[in-house]
Write a protein that binds this ligand. Structure first.
Ligand code: SAH
Length: 330
C-alpha cells in the first residue's frame, strides 16, 4: 500500500487524521483488503478501493517448497519483477526475506540475481508490501533484507520500510540488513536510530580473492568495511553477522579459515557459513569441509553457525532469486 497516497487520498476525502492509522493497523495485522476494515465507513472503504491499490505489488506466481518455504514473484506497478521468500522453521520462527531492488547492479560471481537485468530501487511501500503479503498468510516474526538487490544502494527506502515493521509484528532487533559492504550504506544505517542488525557479506579472508569473486571489493576493500562494522557494533552493542558462502576449492581451505579467524574479533562478529546454492558458477563445499572450517573458527573463539538451506527446490535459497518465472514468461 502506498502510504503517502493513502494519506493524500484520505485528506481529499475529508477524513479525520486518525483514519490513516486505522487503515494501516488493519493492513499491518493481515487484513485481506479494505472490505475487512469494519470500523472504517463503507463509503471510505469503497473510495479507497478505487483510488489506493491495496498493494503496490501484484502477485505473478507463488511456489511452495517441500520444507514449507514459500517464494512469491511480484510485479511492481511499472512491471518490474520482485521476489520475496517466507521461511518456516521447526522452532516456529517465521522469517521473511525481502528484496530492496528489482535485480541488482552488482556482479558477485556466485549470485544469480546479478545475471538478470537491473531495473531500479524499490520504494519503502514496495518493500513493506512484500512483508504484508506473507503477513496475510500467517504471523511473521523475523525479517532479513537478503533478497534481490543491495540494500546499501537504497538505504532510505530500507529504513523507511524497517521503521514500520514493528507494527507488522517484527521488532527492529529481529530485522537484519545484509550488505555487500557498501560503505555509504553502512554509514547511513549507523546514522539512523533504528537498532537493526547488520550483516556483512564477506565471503573471502583477503582482498585479492574477494575482488576476484566480488568485484565491488575494489571499491571498498575489506579493512575499510570492517572498520565501519566495528563502529556500528560500538554504537549498537550487538554482534555483526559475517556471511560466508562456502565455495569448494575457492575459499574453504584450512589456511583461509585461519586467516578469517585472525581477521575477525570474536567480541564483534558472529559468522554464518552458507552452503552454496548452485547457480552454475561453482561447486559447493562438502559438509565435511564446512564443519572443518567452522571448527577452526570456533577454536579461535568465534561463534559460527552453518546456515540451514531453505527452499532450494524452488530456487528460493540465497543467491537464487533471479525471477526465472519471468524469463520463462518472456
Ligand atoms: N546484496 C546483499 C543482500 C542480498 S544476498 C548482500 O550481498 O549481502 C544475501 C546473501 O546470500 C549474501 O550474503 C549473498 O552473498 C549470499 N549468496 C549469494 N549467492 C549465493 C549462493 N549462490 N549461495 C549461497 N549464498 C549466496
Amino acid at each position: 500500500m502506498d502510504l503517502a497516497l493513502l494519506d493524500a487520498t484520505l485528506g481529499e476525502l475529508g477524513q479525520p487524521g486518525f483514519r490513516a492509522g486505522q487503515v494501516w493497523r488493519w493492513t499491518a495485522t493481515g487484513a485481506p483488503g479494505y472490505a475487512a476494515m469494519t470500523d472504517v465507513p463503507a463509503g471510505v472503504r469503497a473510495a479507497l478501493g478505487e483510488r489506493v491499490p491495496f498493494s503496490t505489488l501484484a502477485v505473478a506466481a507463488e511456489a511452495h517448497a517441500r520444507d514449507g518455504t514459500v517464494k512469491a514473484l511480484f510485479r511492481t506497478g511499472d512491471g518490474r519483477p520482485v521476489e520475496a521468500v517466507l521461511m518456516r522453521y521447526r522452532s516456529g520462527r517465521r522469517s521473511v526475506c525481502v528484496s530492496s531492488q528489482s535485480g541488482c547492479p552488482l556482479t558477485c560471481t556466485f549470485c544469480a540475481t546479478g545475471t538478470m537485468r537491473f531495473a531500479r530501487n524499490l520504494t519503502a511501500s514496495e518493500i513493506l508490501d512484500q512483508v504484508l503479503h506473507f503477513r496475510r498468510i500467517e504471523p511473521v516474526d523475523h525479517l532479513v533484507f537478503m533478497g534481490m538487490g543491495e540494500p546499501g544502494f537504497n538505504m532510505d527506502a530500507v529504513l523507511g520500510a524497517a521503521a514500520r515493521v514493528p507494527e507488522i509484528g517484527i521488532t527492529h532487533r529481529r530485522t537484519t540488513v545484509s550488505t555487500v559492504g557498501w560503505l555509504p550504506g553502512i554509514e547511513r544505517l549507523a546514522a539512523s536510530d533504528l537498532p537493526l542488525r547488520l550483516a556483512f557479506s564477506l565471503h573471502a579472508p583477503d582482498d585479492a580473492l574477494r575482488s576476484r569473486i566480488m568485484p565491488v571489493n575494489d571499491r571498498y576493500p575489506i579493512a575499510a568495511v570492517l572498520d565501519a562494522c566495528a563502529a556500528y557494533h560500538a554504537q549498537r552493542r550487538r554482534r555483526v553477522f559475517i556471511e560466508y558462502v562456502m565455495l569448494a576449492g575457492v575459499n574453504d581451505a584450512y589456511p583461509q579459515a585461519l586467516q578469517l579467524a585472525q581477521l575477525l574479533d570474536p567480541r564483534i562478529y558472529k559468522v554464518n557459513l552458507i552452503p552454496y546454492n548452485p547457480t552454475g558458477a561453482y561447486d559447493g563445499s562438502s559438509r565435511g569441509a564446512i564443519d572443518a572450517f567452522k571448527a577452526v573458527l570456533e577454536e579461535h573463539g568465534l561463534r559460527a553457525t552453518v546456515r540451514l538451506t531453505r527452499g532450494r527446490d524452488i530456487d528460493a535459497a540465497c543467491g537464487q532469486l533471479a525471477a526465472k518465472a519471468t524469463a520463462a514468461a518472456g
